[in-house]
Design a protein around this ligand. Sequence first.
Ligand code: SAM
Length: 197
Amino acid sequence: MSKRYERRYRRKGLDDNQLQLVRELESMGLNGLTLLEVGCGVGALHQTLLEKGASTATGIDLAPCMLQHAESRAKERELEQRTQYRLGDFVEISESLDSVDVTILDKVVCCYPAPKELIRATLDCTNRVIALTYPRKHLLGEIYNKIWNFGFWLFRSDFRGFMHESRLVQESIEAGGFKRVFDRDSPMWHTQVYIAG
Ligand SMILES: C[S@@+](CC[C@H](N)C(=O)[O-])C[C@H]1O[C@@H](n2cnc3c(N)ncnc32)[C@H](O)[C@@H]1O
């Protein structure tokens, strides 16, 4: 998967949801802000935000190969002094992290079976902004998810995708004192930004 992500990013750049998040965060003013990207993959999103004015970023991922790509990309973009990477399950290591201004969860809520725990850990780490994308739970999305999960099973991977109710995700963030300030839907994804209120 990490090779696929890296290839896609090199060929096509950020996807539409990521570009939407970049535009929204940029319009809110990124200068000097500290970032945390949970499930950062090959690092494309937070590295772009660093180039647009954020100060430092921590990327966390469960997959060592994703982080290897992220680290070599950070070097290539001369961002190695402003990035750090942590391998592990965010929920398990969140207590050891410094809090940041902005936490990003781009296509990662759907990797985690317990969204409330993931959001609780996010709230604990975030001072100002939570930006996230996650799949819309509708019939087509459910079918797509089942096909992916069948593929993971076929290739003997433990990984599974989960479709969570958007109301559960939204209410959990809002219950932590954050207010939704941006909300766009594409056919498959929600893209949302919340600020501490
Ligand atoms: C679908 S990929 C998205 C990667 C990246 N955000 C992007 O859109 O290019 C989800 C990533 O989240 C990571 N991940 C899933 N659950 C995680 C967790 N609990 N803690 C840290 N990383 C996690 C996976 O290893 C994977 O690299």
